[in-house]
Design a binder for this molecule. Sequence first.
Ligand SMILES: [Zn+2]
Length: 456
Amino acid sequence: MKTLDFIKLSIALIFTASCFINLQAQNIIIKDPVIEKAVNEVSTYEIEKLITDLVDFHNRNNLSSTTDKNRGIGAAAEYLYQKVLSYIPESNGRLSTEKIYYTAGGANTRLGRKVKLCNVVATIKGNDKMDDRIIVVLAHYDNRGADGLDSTSYVPGANDDGSGIACLMEMVRLLSVINLPVTVKIMFMSGEEHGLLGAQHMADLAKKENWNLIAVINNDMIGNSNASETNTQNNTMVRVFSENIPVVETEDMRKARVFNSAENDSPSRQLARYVKEIGERYVDNMTVKLIYRNDRFGRGGDHTPFSRNGYTAVRICEINENYDRTHQNVFEEDGIKYGDEIWAINFEYVRKNTGVNIATVANLALAPPVPENVKLNIAGLTNYTEITWDAPKQGKTPKAYYVLMRETDQPDWGRKILVYDTNIKLPYSKDNYFYAVQSVDEQGHESLPVFAKGGR
Ligand SMILES: [Zn+2]
């Protein structure tokens, strides 16, 4: 075959194959300098110091002392509360904190007796009075060793969940000095190891008080980079767990999901994709890996009570777990060190995971609210796709919108089209792609995507 003929044949093949467009176009990385600065200021020194202090409480079991000044869960709660208080003067009135008490347990429960536990909540108040949206970031400060009822042995809990708590405290420090229109609540939870009790209390409070809660991010174990048994090492990848089908799905929601083939497009999955896009935009040497399940087999986390109350919630967790350390007492056997000790924490990994959290929360808090009534027009047979939506009714008005497009067999949104109107007509068949719409402001902060559905 002559060279020219080969080129002609190749071109013909390309045209045959290109009914589907290439959505893997190059991305332009545009960073907001304010968010970039906050991400860059996350400090491994602060993270190490905070985990060191937490470990010093000896044991943070939910049954441990609430009155001892130096040991136990009560002393840990007071420490976290005082630490948040110390950041208030720098916050120009944005930051406040409270201890939220609740009673849990009883004779026939996992705790075996009734206890009074405390969640410490840091609130960074949004500065837009017309915007009542709330973002929640949480981690748990209670811990456990091999025996869940052992409240006296030395159980450091450096990674589970000292790492998540350190991330949260850095978020308090770095987000409370930024002007954000949306309120961010940073929750230091108790009760996790005995049935997600603290998170359940907060999720019920959110429902009772009718919070406009747009996203919940749980950080539970984000500091271990080494797998037990296989000795796999990785501090460049973190998992985000999100539910496939909402646990609260009603019959009407089920019908709409089936009609739209939206089984990979729950609100929590959109949040997970958002964490990936924004986290990777701001944090170098980091891949955010979506896991298509709510949590690990047989294990739970504090995002789940929020999911059960109908909120959009995900869990961020290290890619490799180490079962010689998690929920173990400290001892050594056959040359293996057991226990959740601080020497095993990869502080650089916690720093990067904290950066992912800060970038995600700041970008979301600075974004306009989501577009409303996002509709895919499915009437008639056409090779065009028409999508319409309305501007959000509250909060700042979007400058424009992004229409997101992805092939039905792809995990991530591919093409991102900037639109100034509230409708779009695209020369692609609606049958061959999934679509969503985001609001975007002048500086490029985008809202969560709203999946474009057809039908009633
Ligand atoms: Zn945990």
